[in-house]
Write a protein that binds this ligand. Structure first.
Ligand code: AMP
Length: 392
């Protein structure tokens, strides 16, 4: 077997997630996380052969993080030589109008990502830092940018435009781009192969429900459900009203809607749905409200997409909540089952968690419902392999 390896990287402003695969067959070798970058008590984690090691040490920048990863890989004998890593795929959240598929991370791609910073000030600079740190450490490896928005670029104008003055949409590229596209792409490919007999052109709704959530009607994705700490869709006058009432700047209201809303804001307890679910069963009124509000919004999107697709063949649940919580899946499905005629196999739903893939609809259900664990890293690694083989 060849020793060639591929790395999937997800660089944030203070964190760096990585997963290493064998090029052949994309078998996972190891993975981990560098966290609290920029701090004296930075965290470096590595999981290999089912064992996780953790170190706490100063990690002042992304370069240090990458150095730690590569040194650990070679010193533990996981990798013979860092240059065995022949391709590196970098997750990039915002590809704007420029990218409808993954791209070689060259000077042009770098410039475009930098130009897109106003659309994604949080992630774009971090992605570039991650890219440079790896480029410096493993200069020979083929680098690829894999964009969350790329899969959504086939949206039609009537789906991506906001009803704001048209010239502003054009001038500022202010439009809908879609989220978690790499996950939706993975889920759709997997679902088509596993549950729809390989037929393309079927109608799928994928529900990526995690700390960030998005649904996609395949070929017509939208964002906007309530999330861990984010409000999701709102009447725009809410921002104005709150800023007037509370004497806050628009940046402060934006912060409130991003970081203190969603499950956390409504429940007053936690952004983690495990806590909110527990509160629900203890009868906590606000946990009940937060859960119902979330389920209602996801259900409304499913309804909207059902109409947009002219029906649906398969609904997929994925990510932290979608993969692990029979309770939230049921809360959502109870709100759509009558209209869509869905019949759920309750026992299968109860058993589907912890990384299991499962068809949870009954055989006589006209719409199939599946739980599919997502794997964005594998998608990123697979695009990196394609780039290495010149097939991107
Ligand atoms: P993700 O962003 O996909 O990693 O999802 C993380 C979120 O999934 C957590 O913040 C929780 O809200 C949720 N989650 C994870 N495990 C469970 C579980 N067993 N039950 C309910 N929610 C869960």
């Amino acid at each position: 077997m060849s020793d060639k390896l591929v790395m999937a990287v997800n660089a944030g402003s203070s964190s760096l997630k990585y997963k290493l695969y064998r090029l052949e067959g994309l078998e996972v070798v190891c993975g981990g996380l560098v966290d609290r970058i920029g701090h004296e008590d930075g965290i470096f984690k590595l999981t290999y052969n089912g064992e996780t090691t953790k170190e706490v040490l100063p990690i002042m920048d992304h370069h240090k993080g990458v150095e730690l990863i590569l040194n650990a890989l070679t010193s533990k004998g996981i990798v013979k030589d860092k240059n065995d890593i022949v391709a590196i795929g970098h997750r990039v959240v915002q590809g704007g109008k420029y990218f409808s598929k993954s791209a070689l991370f060259d000077a042009d791609t770098e410039k475009k990502i930098a130009d897109l910073t106003p659309l994604d000030p949080l992630h774009a600079p971090a992605h570039l830092m991650g890219f440079h740190a790896f480029k410096e450490a493993v200069p020979e490896a083929v680098a690829v940018a894999v964009f969350d928005t790329a899969y959504h670029q086939t949206m039609e104008e009537e789906d991506y435009l906001f009803p704001i003055p048209y010239e502003l949409s054009e001038k500022y590229d202010c439009r809908r781009y879609g989220a978690h596209g790499t996950s939706h792409r993975y889920l759709a490919e997997k679902a088509i192969a596993a549950y729809l007999g390989g037929h393309k052109g079927t109608r799928i709704i994928t529900c990526h429900l995690g700390s960030g959530s998005s649904l996609a009607a395949i070929r017509t994705p939208l964002g906007g459900v309530m999330m861990g700490t984010r409000s999701g869709d709102l009447d725009p006058s809410v921002s104005y009203y709150l800023s007037e009432q509370m004497g806050l700047s628009s940046a402060e209201v934006y912060d409130l809607l991003n970081k203190k809303s969603g499950f956390l804001g409504v429940s007053g307890l936690s952004n983690d749905t495990r806590d909110v679910e527990e509160g629900y069963f203890k009868g906590d009124r606000r946990c009940i409200t937060a859960s119902n509000l979330f389920a209602r919004r996801v259900a409304d999107y499913i309804g909207q997409y059902f109409v947009r697709l002219g029906g649906v063949d398969l609904i997929v649940f994925s990510a932290g909540i979608g993969e692990n919580s029979p309770f939230y899946r049921k809360l959502v499905l109870d709100r759509v089952k009558e209209a869509l005629g869905i019949v759920i196999d309750e026992k299968k739903n109860e058993k589907a968690f912890g990384g299991k893939e499962e068809l949870i609809s009954a055989p006589d259900s006209p719409v199939k419902v599946a739980v599919i664990p997502t794997d964005e890293e594998k998608m990123i690694a697979s695009d990196a392999v394609k780039a290495y083989e010149g097939k991107l």
